[in-house]
Every structure is written in C-alpha cells, then in structure tokens.
Design a protein around this ligand. Structure first.
Ligand code: SF4
Ligand code: SF4
Length: 473
C-alpha cells in the first residue's frame, strides 16, 4: 500500500479523461500510468500511455484491432453509467425481505443508532410478514432468484424465539408456494444461552455476529442492558456455531476509541471466533452515538492505514476482512432499500426506504414509508410513486462527487449525512467520503502494483497498445 499520509492527496491526481461523459480516469506514476473505469483497471509504461489514451478517446479508437484494454475500459465505463441509470428507473421489484421483528434489546451498546426500548415495544405483525413475503416470493420466481430473508436490527431479532419461528414458517410457506429456494440470514448480538445458539445454528443458513473485538472493547462498547460483560457469551455462541458447522460472519463496529486497535481486533476475532468473514464498519452517527464515539474527518487516513494492517492479519489466518462503504467490484450507491430491491419491514407492519428507521410512525414522519398492509384486503401495498420520488431525491450528490473516480461505487456520506436531510450539497467532505476515497484509492494502487509486477515477471500478456489489465475485483 502507498504511504497513507499522502493517499488523499494522491487520489486527487486521478483525472477524468476526455471520453465524452464516460467515467474513465488516468493517473501517471513514476514508471507506469494507470487507467481506471469502474470494474476495470489497466497499467501501461508511462511513455506508451498516450497511445492507450488515444485509443480510448479518439472516435472508434478503442475498436481498433489490438486495443483490447481500451475497449474494456470503455465498455466498463458505459456499463457503469447504464447500471446507475437502471437503478433509478427500473420498477421496484423486491427480491429480499428484511424484518425488524421488534425494537427491544438485551444489550445497551454505547453507539446504537436505533436506541431500542428496555421494555416490551411494538412487534412486527405476522399478517404483514405473510403478505410481504408473498410479494417477494413472486418477484424471486419471475427473476429466477432465491428468496433472501434477513432478520435484522432495530433491536435484537432473536429476543422472542416464538416470533422468529412464526416468521420463518410464514416465509418458508411463501417461498414454497412460489417454488423458489430460500436463504435465511440473521444478524445477532450473539448474547444468548448455549441452547439458544444451537437453535439459531439450526434455523438459519448464515449468521452475522456482532463483536467489537477483545473482551475489554466488547464489554465496554457492547455491555448488557443493566450492566455486565458480553464477551464470554459471544465466544460461546461462536463455539456453538462451529459445533453445528453453521457458517458465520463477524461484524465489528470501529469507533474513535478503537480506530488504532484494528490489528488487535482482527487478531482476536480470527483466533477466538474464527468466522468465515470479517466486516469492519465505522460507527454510524445518530441515536446514542455522539461526537466522542464517531470518527472525525481528520481520522480518515489513519482509519485506512489501520484497516489495511488488520486486513493483512486476517489474511494470514485465511479470513477475508472487508468493509462496505466502497466496493470497486460493484456499481452501488447509498444503502437505501429502494435501490437494492429490499422490502424492509418495521413494526408494526410498514416498509421503510431507509435501513436506519426502526418503526412505522418514524417512517411516516420521515417520509420514507414505502408500503403498508391493507387490512381490508390482507395485501401488502407498495407505494411505487413514493419510491420513484425518493430515488430522485436520494440520488442527489455533492458537486465534488461528479468527477470522483469513486463515484460509481460509493455510499457517499450515508448514513451519517442523508440527502433527505438538510446538509447542503457541496458542503465539506465528511469522514466517510474521505475514508472511502482513501480506501478505494489504496485498493486500486495495490491492484495496479500487482498487475505491474506480473507484467515485469512476464506472467501476463499485454495488448497491442502495450496495456496490461484486469477486471477481477
Ligand atoms: S440515511 Fe439516507 S441515504 Fe442512507 S439509507 Fe437512509 S435514506 Fe438512504
Ligand atoms: S463521497 Fe464518494 S464519490 Fe463523493 S467525493 Fe467522496 S469518495 Fe468520491
């Protein structure tokens, strides 16, 4: 990885080519020049770079015989533009059902954005689940996709076992009626008895376990409601999942207090929990997360430096460590459900466009309620007009993003700053923008370095312009 102290400055030297409105970028290094379009990266000896640039920018140039990587760059750039437009205009046809079953939790995490209740709160109604599952199953059948059912936050989804079992039965019934396979995922805090963990392992295909790292971090950031440590319970749940041979991932939330401890966190998770994958996510602002917990804009490069070191530690155990804010292999924007074909139900029975919303009244108030159960007909009604309007409003981005190499695979400032809120477009970049830019840039540099090394070793071939490239992200 290049020196992270210069990452953001270096990222600014990635300049757009004059290739119409296509997102193709160039950066000159000492020895080689790098060309990039979303999902396609090329390197070429610096003194041959003009040849590749001409093949990309001159009319018909990329089609000339032998300009294989020029064509690939243009094709990927065109694909990214088409894909981004498609996300805005295609009909909302959910293929994933996400359930926030309740807004109660057995923990009192210091940064929780949902801030769930300590006492019984509204729960998701079974008739809403059944009606929504029917819609999702029909879309999955039409698209030839499996039905993905996600049991997620707002509170701890496994708190009421009977509710989980009933919801699973309703979803299984809907999937079977449409003859589509079902994939069941649960995101849990993992603080439960060994018996409950064994039941969980038998009920889901994949488990997402939240663990912020070593016991001192976990117990301070994710204590039990009313006090008490949680690290031993997490270790026991991981052990149960291994015993049942159930794959699981671990998600660690990184805060200002743990930013510099990412290597230690990764090492602990690999040694003690040994999941199939690890995800690090910088803490979301809002709810209980105040300024002392959230990451500061000045900490973006340090975050990336420690993230890369932690990723190397995880790799030494054969475990991938990722983060979701910028994924160069996919064209994506913010986490909004309306772009991802996710029907996200919140109690007692509405669908929300925003994953941070945890209740129907809150969704109505924020203008992000995109579906409700019609009690007369028993059918779940999706508000397509509101979805179209929300997609347009949510697609607004600050001027600084327009020519950014990361534009087509960046969640921008979501969820800390939302286009539905009142942050003026064009305001100064926040932590997430800077961190994602530095991270994506470092990933591209790393890949370019490996490509150049393979070229020097003669293990890959160049095209007739002299370019070496890859589309493997
Ligand atoms: S915070 Fe805003 S941008 Fe992010 S998911 Fe929610 S609605 Fe979308
Ligand atoms: S928010 Fe993302 S796309 Fe926009 S400038 Fe920052 S890194 Fe680039």
């Amino acid at each position: 990885m290049p020196d992270t102290n210069t990452l953001l400055e270096a990222a600014e030297t990635f300049t757009p080519l004059r290739a119409g409105d296509l997102p193709i970028f160039r950066q000159d290094g000492g020895v080689y020049t790098l060309f990039y379009a979303p999902g396609c990266l090329c390197v070429i000896e610096r003194h041959h770079a003009a040849r590749l640039e001409a093949a990309i920018t001159s009319p018909g140039g990329a089609d000339q015989a032998g300009a294989h990587w020029g064509t690939a760059l243009r094709t990927h750039a065109e694909r990214a533009v088409t894909e981004a437009e498609r996300r805005l205009s295609e009909p909302f046809a959910p293929e994933c059902l996400t359930l926030y079953l309740n807004n109660e939790c057995n923990l009192a995490c210091v940064y929780c954005y949902a801030d769930p209740a300590p006492r019984p709160a509204a729960r998701l109604q079974p008739d809403a689940i059944a009606a929504a599952a029917e819609i999702v199953a029909a879309h999955c059948r039409a698209k030839g996709l499996p039905f993905t059912a996600v049991f997620h936050g707002g509170g701890e989804p496994t708190l009421h076992r009977a509710d989980v079992e009933r919801a699973l039965t309703l979803i299984e019934r809907a999937a079977a009626a449409s003859d589509v396979p079902l994939f069941r995922y649960v995101a849990t805090n993992g603080v439960m008895s060994a018996q409950k963990a064994a039941w969980l392992a038998g009920s889901f295909d994949l488990v997402g376990l939240s663990c912020d790292g070593t016991p001192d971090i976990q117990d301070r950031q994710r204590p039990r409601r009313g006090g008490g440590s949680t690290s031993a319970a997490i270790e026991r749940t991981a052990e149960q999942l291994h015993r049942a041979d159930r794959p699981f991932h671990v998600r660690a939330t990184i805060t200002a207090a743990t930013l510099h401890r990412q290597v230690e966190i990764a090492g602990y998770i690999c040694r003690k929990l040994a999941p199939a994958e690890i995800h690090f996510e910088p803490v979301y602002l809002g709810g209980r997360a105040d300024a002392g917990i959230g990451l500061d804009v000045e900490q973006a490069e340090a975050y990336v430096r420690h993230f890369f070191a932690a990723r190397d530690v995880a790799h030494s155990y054969g475990i991938p460590l990722t983060t979701s804010g910028s994924r160069p292999g996919a064209v994506h924007g913010a986490y909004c459900n309306v772009y991802r074909h996710v029907l996200n139900l919140v109690p007692p029975g509405a669908a929300t466009a925003c994953f941070k919303i945890t209740g129907e009244a809150q969704a109505q108030q924020a203008g992000v309620c995109i579906g409700t159960l019609n009690r007369q007909t028993g059918r779940f009604v999706i508000d397509h007009e509101r979805i179209t309007a929300l997609r347009r409003r949510l697609d607004r981005m600050p001027a600084r993003c327009v020519n950014c190499f990361n534009r087509y695979h960046c969640v921008h400032e979501c969820p800390d700053i939302c286009p539905l809120g009142d942050a003026p477009p064009g305001s100064e970049p926040g932590f997430r923008c800077r961190m994602q830019k530095a991270l994506a840039y470092a990933l591209l540099q790393e890949k370019a370095g490996a490509l150049w090394a393979a070229a020097q070793a003669g293990t890959i071939a160049h095209d007739e312009t002299g370019a070496y490239g890859t589309t493997a992200f």
